[in-house]
Design a protein around this ligand. Structure first.
Ligand SMILES: NC(=O)c1ccc[n+]([C@@H]2O[C@H](COP(=O)([O-])OP(=O)(O)OC[C@H]3O[C@@H](n4cnc5c(N)ncnc54)[C@H](OP(=O)(O)O)[C@@H]3O)[C@@H](O)[C@H]2O)c1
Length: 328
């Protein structure tokens, strides 16, 4: 019998402490959408290994990633904590930018439920804070969806401390999902302390630094033009060389303990608290096995200190337009 991955609580929501991000199966990275059958097998393998937290979003594809996840979870729906996100697509005709108006959310949730082939979403995140809608209105609409049983828990993504407090005052927030990894340490200063004060869980996205921390990205030639990383500041020029050096230092720790670099990156995150559940993304069976096995990797105090002392990655994590949408 394989050991199943351990569980933690995001506030009052029980999840495996390593989840699975489904985005790259349909969106954002080279090869997305080219082998849905492999992606479905990857989701099924994750469930066999005890992964319960599956992460998607309306905008991934758009729409096709939720359809894929819905298909993969047919007859397995009750085994998972299904998380999706709204707010990057406007359903009220806004020409650009996020839309978390109550009317847009009402349309979004019906679409997500249909594509996911389910009657409830376990964790429904606002994907980015909408400067055009007070967060109180957004969370008020979400609270109504909780009361109707369409969603079970509320989450926010890349929200800053002020927004988190205001949202939580309207309805308890179960989890915040933001980028956090050895490459992106921003949540430590302002967001994590507020989450701990309010007993809100934390879900680090891109915990492998969008693949960089696994040591398998050695050249930007690996990316096709549809790849998010092709024009990303962290993956270009001098920043790329600097970040390769950081990834090599993670690989050095991995070699010392007989783990893989990606497992070390995940084990470091797990060591940051029992309120943290990273969602590494992969569309391959062997990699979901590798990533989930990070649950059993323990880092010594000396290794943790060495890793924590590494500087964050050079370069912004998004292009300018993307950075403007994030509250830090
Ligand atoms: N809230 C947000 O705004 C937001 C933003 C980004 C992501 N997310 C969520 O977070 C999830 C994870 O983030 P992410 O996918 O951006 O980044 P990530 O998990 O840091 O890295 C994913 C990349 O690493 C590769 N990879 C995964 N495991 C590997 C391994 N063991 N060895 C070598 N390469 C490996 C994947 O390629 P293969 O697929 O080819 O294995 C993929 O290119 C997403 O799926 C999504 O659900 C949320």
């Amino acid at each position: 019998m394989e050991d199943l991955v351990k569980h933690i609580r995001l506030r009052d929501l029980d999840v495996s402490r390593i989840g699975l991000g489904a985005m790259g199966m349909s969106h954002g990275y080279t090869g997305a959408g080219t082998d849905d059958e492999q992606s479905v097998r990857t989701i099924h393998r994750a469930l066999e290994l005890g992964v319960t937290l599956i992460d998607t979003a309306e905008v991934y594809g758009p729409y096709t990633n939720e359809e894929l996840v819905g298909r993969a979870l047919k007859d397995r729906r009750d085994q998972v904590v299904l998380a999706t996100k709204f707010g990057m697509i406007s359903h009220t005709g806004r020409p650009e930018g996020p839309d978390s108006s109550p009317a847009s959310i009402r349309t979004a949730v019906e679409g997500s439920l249909k594509r996911l082939d389910t009657d409830r979403i376990d964790l429904y995140y606002q994907h980015r804070v909408d400067p055009g809608t007070p967060i109180e209105e957004t969370v008020g609409a979400l609270a109504e969806l909780v009361a109707e049983g369409k969603i079970r828990h509320i989450g926010l993504s890349e929200a800053g401390p002020g927004t988190i407090r205001r949202a939580h005052a309207v309805h308890p927030v179960t989890a915040v999902q933001s980028e956090y990894s050895l490459f992106t340490r921003d949540p430590e200063a302002r967001v994590l302390p507020v989450l701990r004060e309010l007993n809100i869980g934390f879900v680090p996205f891109s915990p492998l630094g969008r693949g960089f921390l696994t040591g398998t990205i050695r050249s930007t030639e690996q990316f096709d033009s549809s790849d998010f990383r092709a024009d990303n500041p962290r993956f270009s020029g001098e920043n790329f060389q600097h970040n390769l050096h950081l990834a090599d230092q993670v690989a050095a720790v991995a070699a010392e303990i007989g783990a893989t670099p990606g497992q070390v990156a995940l084990a470091w995150l797990l060591a940051q608290g029992n309120d943290i559940a990273p969602i590494p993304g992969t569309r391959r069976v062997a990699r979901v096995e590798e990533n989930t096995a990070a649950d059993a990797v323990t880092l010594t105090d000396e290794h943790l200190a060495r890793l924590s002392a590494l500087p964050p990655a050079a370069g912004d994590t998004h292009n300018e337009a993307g950075m403007r949408m994030m509250e830090r």
